[in-house]
Design a binder for this molecule. Sequence first.
Ligand SMILES: [Zn+2]
Length: 362
Amino acid sequence: MANKKIMNDKSLKFLENYLNNASPTGYEWEGQKIWMEYLKPYVDEFITDTYGTAVGVINPKAEYKVVIEGHSDEISWYVNYITDNGLIYVIRNGGSDHQIAPSKVVHIHTKKGIVKGVFGWPAIHTRSNEKEESPKLENIFVDIGAKDKEEVEKMGVHVGCVITYPDEFFIMNKDKFVCRAIDNRAGGFMIAEVARLLHENKQKLPFGLYITNSVQEEIGLRGAEMITHTIKPNVAIVTDVCHDTSTPMIDKKKQGHTEIGKGPVISYAPAVQNKLRELIIDTAEEKKIPFQRMASSRYTGTDTDAFAYSNGGVASALISLPLRYMHTTVEMVHKQDVENVIRLIYETLLKIKENENFSYFK
Ligand SMILES: [Zn+2]
C-alpha cells in the first residue's frame, strides 16, 4: 500500500466533476448523485435520508459499525432582498466571506436554471480616500443586468434562491489542487477512495463500514446530527479541512501551526476519543505516514462533535486535510496530503478490531 499510487486518472476525473458541480447547503442532491455513482461498485448498498445525506455501506448485516465521514455541502448565499431598481442583497448560507465578494461572478440557482450575476462594487475613482468602505454583508449586492425588480422576477430570481460561485477545479504547479468548495468535497472524495482501495485490494473488514457524506455541515453539523441516529455507529472517523497557518496575517499563537504538504492533521479535543486517536497515531507511525497535530478548545467545529455526542457517546476522531484560503474561491490543498489522508484512514480501518469499545477502564 505504501508504495502504491493512490489516485488514478479516473479518481482525478471524478474529483474534478464532483467539485465543479455546485452543492450549496440544503441543495446537495446533484452532488450526492455524482458521489454515489462513483462509489457504487465498491459498496453493497446505499442509505439516503430525508435531507439528502448519502451513505455507502459495506457489510450491512454486521452489528459493529464504523463510519468514515466527510460533508457534501458548500457555503453559498441566499437572495434576501431585491431593490426597486433590480439589485439583489444577500444573506449567508454557511460562513460565506463578504470580503471576497466584490467583482466575483455568481450563479443564481432558479427553477429556470442558472442566472448569471456579478457582485458590483463602486469604482476606485468614486470612493473617498479618507474613509475606505470595506465590503460587508450590508453593502455587497448582486447585479444581474435587470432594469428593475419586475425584470429580476421575470428572470426567475426571487427571495430564497441560492447563489454560488462558478469557480472550477485546476491543478497548480503539478501538485496543488485549487477550487472553491474543496471544503469539504475533498472529504467525500477521500472516503470514496478508501472504499475503492478496500475493494481493489480485496480487503475484508470484520465490521460494517458506513461511508457517509453528510449534508448541512456548514450551518452547524446538522446532516451529521441526523444520520448518526440512523446509523447508530460504534466508531466515527471524520475528515474535514483545517487551516494552513503559514500564509500571511494568521497568528500561529492563536491558530497553531499546520501547513499543506506536511501530512494529515490529527486533532486533540474533548470530542476526540483518546484511544481511537492513539490508534490513528500508532498507525501513522507504523506505516510512515507523515502527520501534524492540532488542538481545539471545547469544540472541533466539525461533524466529529455531532457523532461523538450522539447515541450515548460514539468513539470519534478527526483527521483533517490542511488547506489554504478556506471559504474563498481559491481554496488550495496539496495532492500528497490528500493521498496521505486516504492512506491513514485506510490503514486505520484495517487495525480496528470487531467489538472494540475503546474503554479507558480495561
Ligand atoms: Zn467550511
